[in-house]
Design a protein around this ligand. Structure first.
Ligand SMILES: [Zn+2]
Length: 440
């Protein structure tokens, strides 16, 4: 165990390119009662932004990852969500672990059953060097925790009962180049960044709507094992300011067996009939194309659809619940999926490299379900998704459609919701206040 200690780490990444740029500050904050940020790391690409940034971390227990070598190499922690069909090899690839480390790990963990029974929805957390060398790996399935540590060529594996404690973290940040760069700077894992994008996905198209200066704050759970963060848990509440418009979400489970969901601070259901974007939001898809905030190749007006540039293989999700009306090849569309929603609406997904396994005409699809993968089939010059939204077979700009919300909170759950929402609202307000007083 590390002894309790208190340190403030202030890091200033100065502006080397444009001195006249207005100062902006990305503030990573761990309030004293909140706990530790041990896994503090900045991805290498985030230091090249053209504005001043300052990261302040109040740290209570663990020292920051010490840089001991004479020629220090950047290292960072990354956390990825396990998807259906993942293998440990595909997970390591998404964690940016190099081939040599992956081989070493796979050779020495043949008996580690946990690694070969990956549970979709869970996360794997890895400490990786700039060059992709694996330094440590943490995986918590339902009952067992697996810890792998690599020191040069010595690999230690530990597996044991998962006695974890849950702590609540609060962080905030400002978008300078991308959401992931901002969450990296704030010390938030990809899992939390993705949850934020998912939660607000019916209001914000995270591939097209984000702007420099957008801000976010989040309150979320992190699970610890012996003082070490093992994995990010659930996003409990969040605030997102996009192009001056503020959105809130609070997690609430009424306990009536219907499962929890996210609501606005005044109890409106945050879910809507359609997602704003059909593309999976990930570190890879968000950074694709040269203009990070402009992954769109053509405007809707030009060809009555929206084009999203994304790497081949990026997951494509149905923006609403419905029935598969068409799956197959169709002229310039290439591999095409059409989903019918509530009789009047259809959504079209074109140029796919392949379809989701088992997809067939008449199949019922839920909102956000993966239906295919980005490609460049048909008349496409490069990998992208062509997305259309039609009402009674007439094209509409999906960004201009008012999305009717799901039913609000039932009156009998109102009081219980207030109990949850009030302290969350106060925490978000606190984060906002700290941000305002710190920025200049
Ligand atoms: Zn198109």
């Amino acid at each position: 165990m590390f002894s309790a200690r208190f340190a403030i780490l202030a890091q200033k990444l100065s502006n080397r390119l444009r001195g006249s740029t207005p100062r902006r500050i990305v503030l990573a904050l761990v309030l004293p009662f909140v706990g530790v940020m041990a896994a503090f790391g900045i991805a290498p690409d985030t230091v090249t932004d053209t504005v001043d940034r300052k990261t302040v971390v109040e740290e209570l227990k663990l020292p920051p990852l010490a840089v001991t070598d004479a020629a220090p190499e950047q290292t960072y922690w990354r956390e990825v969500r396990i998807e259906r069909g993942d293998t440990i090899a595909s997970v390591l690839q998404r964690l940016d672990v190099d081939q040599a480390s992956a081989v070493l790990l796979l050779q020495h963990t043949r008996d580690a059953r946990a690694l070969y029974r990956l549970i979709p929805g869970r996360t794997v957390r890895a400490h990786v060097s700039e060059t992709g060398q694996l330094l440590a790996l943490r995986y918590l399935n339902s009952t067992q925790l697996m810890k792998v540590d690599l020191d040069r060529d010595v690999l230690r594996v530990w597996e044991g009962p998962a006695d974890v404690e849950t702590r609540v973290h609060m962080r905030s940040g400002e978008i300078v180049s991308s959401l992931f760069a901002a969450t990296d700077a704030a010390g938030m894992s990809d899992s939390i960044a993705t949850q934020i994008a998912d939660v607000f996905s019916t209001d914000i198209d995270f591939h097209r709507d984000l702007r420099r200066g957008d801000r976010f704050a989040a309150v979320y759970e992190v699970q610890y094992h012996q003082g070490e963060p093992i994995r990010a848990g659930r996003l409990l509440s969040a605030e997102f300011v996009n192009q001056g418009k503020t959105f809130h979400a609070v997690w609430f489970d009424s306990g009536d067996g219907q499962g929890g969901g996210y609501y606005t601070l005044d109890g409106q259901n945050i879910r809507k009939a359609f997602l704003r974007s059909p593309l999976e939001f990930s570190r890879i898809s968000s950074g694709f194309s040269s203009g990070r905030f402009h992954p769109v190749l053509k405007t809707w007006r030009a060809h009555r659809g929206v084009d999203y540039a994304a790497p081949t293989g990026t997951r494509v999700k149905s923006t609403g619940g419905g029935i598969v009306e068409f799956v197959g090849r169709q002229g310039g569309y290439g591999n095409l999926v059409v989903i019918r929603h509530q009789a009047r609406f259809t959504t079209w997904y074109a140029h796919l490299s392949r379809f989701a396994p088992g997809l067939h005409k008449g199949k019922r699809i839920s909102q956000g379900e993966v239906i295919g993968f980005v490609g460049s089939t048909g008349m496409a010059t490069g990998p992208h998704l062509h997305y259309e939204f039609r009402i009674n077979n007439v094209h509409h700009d999906p960004m201009r459609i008012a999305m009717p919300p799901a039913p609000p909170l039932a009156p009998q759950h109102r009081a219980a919701f207030e109990e949850v929402a009030r302290p969350m609202s106060e925490r978000l307000a606190l984060l906002r206040q700290i941000r305002t007083t710190s920025a200049n």
